[in-house]
Design a protein around this ligand. Structure first.
Ligand code: ATP
Ligand code: MG
Length: 352
């Protein structure tokens, strides 16, 4: 009898949790490595190691214990990945290197001739003054470790360059605030043979800088939709990425602009669990395990709602039914702004 394939996952949050759930369905053994005991994924993985990412010995043991390693968030230290053989790591180190620093990511987009918001590197007061003069309303964004809008400050021509701002010099970019019509994302997947497929587009609404609602499928006029898919194919192929990758876009009046690349499964793809024949989590696990992937079918129109902080209390004891599926992340501590679970409303059965 063949030994079950085992996949190690760096990171143990809700994305890791849903990867483990999907792996179980397709008979893959999972081993989570993360430094946090309060890990949603540990409840669903076959094995759990709670250690620091920079613990060399433990990372090597982890690596030796599994066939393949993937990651569920982009802020894994590069040093950690360097301890893992390139052959075992999917997606590879390039996907992470090119996306965990916003400045490097912007340079990649420029190299690939992909439109994004105008930006400047923020090194000193001069850069700040130039940016607010040129951009009027702008957003300072930390180059590394930002998520859910953390590490971002909105600025305008009236903003004084105080200590809070000068503390961000040399580690941030400042970009023009885009008066977008709406935001959307493209979640796509590439297999080891270079095949790329795309899930339907998703429209996203943020509240307090945190994703709150995703609606799928989003029907964009054909040119924009083709363009979003071409841009995503260009990025995923250039990175030689294996697995799922998501691109966040702004839709402006005339164009689409890339806001961010996530080299992993993405919150705006959670609806695919109920909405598609195969979820983003399942195809990610299939792709990293070396399988040839096929295009999942759209089954249902969905509306995903994130449950943030105390909102979880209203749903924790309710049961899923045919109209709404409740996903709890089993986090011990409720914190303001923390993603605690999500709901998927199944809007329309069977779209053919
Ligand atoms: P997340 O982890 O949720 O993706 P993040 O902290 O990585 O967030 P961004 O995706 O860059 O940061 O920004 C979060 C949100 O802030 C965006 O989805 C958008 O609503 C808003 N935003 C970011 N940049 C701009 C911009 N240039 N113009 C207008 N709004 C912006
Ligand atoms: Mg974002």
């Amino acid at each position: 009898m063949n030994k079950r394939l085992s996949i190690g996952i760096l990171g143990g949050g809700q994305l890791g949790m849903m990867l483990c759930q999907a792996a179980k369905e397709i008979g893959i053994y999972t081993h989570i490595y993360c430094p946090d005991e309060d890990s949603p994924a540990k409840h669903f993985s076959n094995k759990f190691t709670c250690q620091d990412y920079l613990n060399e010995k433990e990372i090597i043991n982890f690596s030796n214990s599994v066939d393949i390693i993937t990651y569920e968030f982009e802020n894994i230290p590069k040093e950690t990945l360097e301890l893992i053989s390139n052959k075992k790591l999917r997606p590879g180190i390039k996907s992470l290197e090119q996306t965990q620093d916003r400045l490097v990511e912007r340079k990649l987009l420029e190299k690939l001739d992909i439109p994004c918001a105008p930006y400047k590197e923020l090194k000193n007061k001069n850069d700040f003054n130039n940016a607010i003069t040129h951009f009027d309303n702008a957003i300072i964004k930390t180059r590394r470790f930002g998520y859910d809008g953390k590490g971002q400050i909105g600025v305008s021509q009236k903003t004084i360059c105080d200590d809070n701002i000068s503390a961000l010099f040399n580690q941030s970019i400042v970009e023009k605030k885009i008066p977008f019509e709406f935001e959307f994302s493209q979640v796509s997947c590439r297999d080891i043979f270079g095949n790329v497929f795309h899930f339907p587009l998703t429209k996203n609404i943020h509240e307090n800088h945190i994703l709150k609602h995703s609606y799928a499928p989003l029907n964009l006029s054909n040119d924009f939709e083709t363009n979003a898919k071409e841009i995503t194919s260009k990025i995923i192929t250039n990175l030689d990425h294996v697995g799922v990758l998501a691109v966040e876009f702004f839709k402006t009046k005339e164009n689409i602009l890339v806001n961010e690349i996530a080299p992993r499964v993405h919150n705006s793809g959670h609806w695919t669990i109920e909405g598609c024949s195969e979820s983003q989590f399942k195809v990610h696990m299939q792709a990293v395990s070396g399988a040839k992937i096929t295009q999942p079918k759209l089954l249902n129109e969905c509306h995903m709602v994130n449950l943030i902080g105390e909102e979880i209390n209203e749903w924790a004891k309710k049961k899923s039914d045919n109209e709404v599926k409740i996903h709890l992340y089993h986090k011990n501590e409720i914190k303001k702004g923390r993603k605690m679970g999500h709901l998927t409303y199944i809007k329309d059965k069977r779209i053919d």
